[in-house]
Design a protein around this ligand. Structure first.
Ligand code: AMP
Ligand code: MG
Length: 320
């Protein structure tokens, strides 16, 4: 098992040797390595069992650092960066050659973010390179929102997890690109609400990649999926349909009763979408157990973080 602690110097020592470390961010925990070191990057893909066509996000600690890694920053990207960073937003920018092609899966753009977590910001400041850090889970599985989630799945493969407590946002960053000069594009719904982004830079396109076999890098259709099958729909209908199965329920704010409910998680008694986002991944993990045949869940309201949560639930429910 990995050591779990809050020692920044120890995390730095591992990273300086080219090793990987679990790091806390406000979105989810990351599996971090030196983004300028190709061997460390390769190790990230191997450790997660992540295909090399799925690019990594590069994390840094200050907007002034961007010049080292990107060739230009469009006006609207600057506006967003100043308003949101540190925060749950990733921006796609044209990369300089210092960023290895492996990091970007051969794309000309690199995904960059300044995460909002005091431990990780302090760690980033202490390093003389940025950190590549995808979510610290095996590829395709539910993302980790605590240090012990990371240890449960990757503890055998990494030496250290920096423990920063449970994630305060709980879903991954929103990804915005500026490739098409006219209108910015959101490629992944996440912790920064579409409404907030539009209030800062005007209208954006939302283009989510839902391909099951993407030729271009991006998000896969099946993702965030626990081992137990997930069904998404009207909970009361699904309960009737699957009366012969041991059911785990994840509901937004209501509770349900039926003799075959093995475990039930209400995301937010007050129907608060931010609270639901904080809890969604640990809810999926805790129902992924041998006592449960099927996880039943429902769509949340399509506003604020509800959109990002629904996106995760839809992908978790996909089976090939
Ligand atoms: P993760 O770090 O696990 O949250 O995944 C990062 C995601 O960012 C990838 O799955 C891609 O969808 C996206 N991404 C990273 N870099 C790029 C890029 N240059 N262009 C488009 N999408 C990107
Ligand atoms: Mg991920």
């Amino acid at each position: 098992m990995a050591l779990i602690g809050s020692d920044i110097a120890q995390a730095k020592a591992h990273l300086d040797r080219g090793e990987l470390v679990g790091i806390p961010t406000e979105t989810v925990y990351g599996l971090a390595g030196n983004a300028l070191n190709e061997e460390a990057a390769l190790n990230i893909f191997k450790t997660k069992n992540r295909p090399e066509f799925d690019p990594l996000i590069v994390h840094t600690h200050a907007i002034e650092e961007l010049d080292k890694y990107v060739t230009e920053i469009p006006e609207k990207a600057i506006t967003l960066a100043h308003a949101v960073w540190p925060g749950p937003l990733t921006i796609l920018l044209e990369k300089k050659s210092i960023i290895p092609d492996l990091i970007t899966s051969g794309l000309s753009t690199v995904a960059i973010r300044i995460p909002k977590h005091p431990l990780t910001l302090a760690l980033l400041k202490s390093l003389d390179y940025p950190l590549a850090a995808p979510s610290a889970n095996p590829f395709g599985y539910v993302s980790p929102t605590t240090a012990s989630h990371v240890n449960d799945q990757l503890g055998e493969k990494i030496p250290y997890v920096l423990d920063g407590g449970p994630c305060s946002v709980g879903v991954e960053s929103t990804i915005v690109g500026f490739e098409h000069d006219a209108k910015p594009t959101i490629y992944r719904l996440g912790g920064k609400k579409v409404e907030d982004i539009e209030s800062l830079i005007g209208e954006v396109d939302v283009k989510l990649n839902k391909s099951s076999n993407p030729v271009a890098p991006g998000m896969l259709l099946s993702h965030y999926a626990p081992g137990v099958q997930v069904h998404l729909g009207e909970i009361s209908d699904l309960l009737k349909k699957h009366h012969d199965k041991r059911i785990g329920i994840i509901s937004f704010s209501q509770s349900f009763s039926a003799p075959n409910i093995a475990k039930q998680i209400v995301l937010s008694q007050n129907a608060d979408l931010d609270e639901a986002a904080r809890k969604i991944f640990s809810a999926l993990r805790s129902l992924d157990s041998p006592e449960i045949d099927l996880i039943i869940t429902e769509k949340l309201p399509e506003t604020g973080l509800g959109r990002a949560i629904n996106d995760r639930l839809e992908r978790a429910a996909v089976r090939y």
